[in-house]
Design a protein around this ligand. Structure first.
Ligand code: C5P
Length: 280
């Protein structure tokens, strides 16, 4: 029986850079959510391990052992086979964790196919700093390099519109362009936000410390933010190391803004969806 897993986009609503470890990795404090826009990973029984990639964002995505999905499969079980198909809808190197979310989806699909236990989120850190948070696609606060996870259960319903200028931004270059690596964390206790407007107001007092260095690496990010903010969403900021930026809107209003932006900027990648909330 084939299995399938969804790999939703990961959005850093905030991203504070609070320190740097001796090995160069940065210490972060970030509020992460997932959006019901994403890739799909299916896995069918097979003697050997293989990967095919299709979908609107498949161009240039490797289908060999260098793909994080293949590394995730080998991480789960060194010897077993599966025929995997990755349908890419998220842009690569875009700050919304596509590769990490694909790897987490592969672990979920293959653990069901092979009937082997799923590793804990923390155990998946060797696959990449963003893989642990992607193991459980629900609102979470991440600290440390990415493996200290804390669920954020009370997020209000809201839509996100995601916009990427179709320009890949290498994460190491953005971290390298930081001028300060010791900025303040978020408050120890996060507030409870009664609605999307309250969440947006609070987000306005927080930061993505990678926004300024990312704009230096890829100035088009500033244009995306200007266009998004001109539409007067509840809030707009960059996700991760960019270039994707998000607009936060009341639930049900994302699709309308996405259509407006697609018509005005046909060269940009634009998607909208609801924040995936903790229904647990
Ligand atoms: O772990 P991952 O392969 O996703 O990280 C990609 C790059 O991003 C790292 O090589 C590093 O340059 C940077 N990074 C960092 N601190 C983090 C996460 C990523 O410096 N917490």
């Amino acid at each position: 029986m084939a299995t399938e897993a969804f790999a939703p986009a990961k959005i850093n609503l905030t991203l504070h850079v609070t320190g740097q470890r001796a090995d160069g990795y940065h210490l972060l404090d970030s509020l992460v959510v997932f959006c019901d826009v994403g890739d799909t990973l299916s896995a069918a029984p097979a003697d050997r391990l293989s990967l095919r990639v299709d979908g609107p964002m498949a161009a240039g995505v490797p289908d060999d052992a260098s793909n994080l999905v293949m590394r995730a499969a080998r991480f789960l079980d060194l010897s077993r086979g599966a025929a995997m198909m990755l349908t890419k809808r998220l842009p690569v190197a875009s700050g919304i964790g596509g590769g990490s979310s694909d790897a987490a989806a592969a672990l979920r699909a293959l653990s069901a196919l092979w009937d082997v236990p799923l590793p804990s989120p923390e155990e998946t850190l060797p696959l990449g700093a963003d893989v642990p948070v992607c193991m459980t696609p629900r609102p979470q606060r991440i600290r440390g390099v990415g493996a200290r996870l804390c669920p954020v259960p009370d997020l209000p319903t809201a839509d996100l519109v995601l916009v990427n200028p179709r320009l890949p931004v290498p994460t190491p270059a953005v971290f390298g362009a930081l001028t300060r690596r010791d900025r303040s964390p978020m408050p120890e206790e996060l507030p409870r936000w009664p609605d999307a407007a309250a969440l947006a107001e609070w987000l306005g007092t927080m930061r993505n410390d990678l926004e300024a260095p990312a704009i230096r690496v890829q100035p088009a990010i500033a244009d995306v933010l200007r266009v998004l903010r001109a539409e007067k969403p509840l809030h707009a900021a960059m996700s991760g190391s960019g270039a994707t930026c998000y607009a936060l809107l009341p639930a049900g209003q994302g699709a309308g803004l996405a259509e407006t932006l697609k018509a005005a900027h046909p060269g940009w990648w634009v998607a909208s969806g609801a924040i995936l909330r903790d229904t647990g």
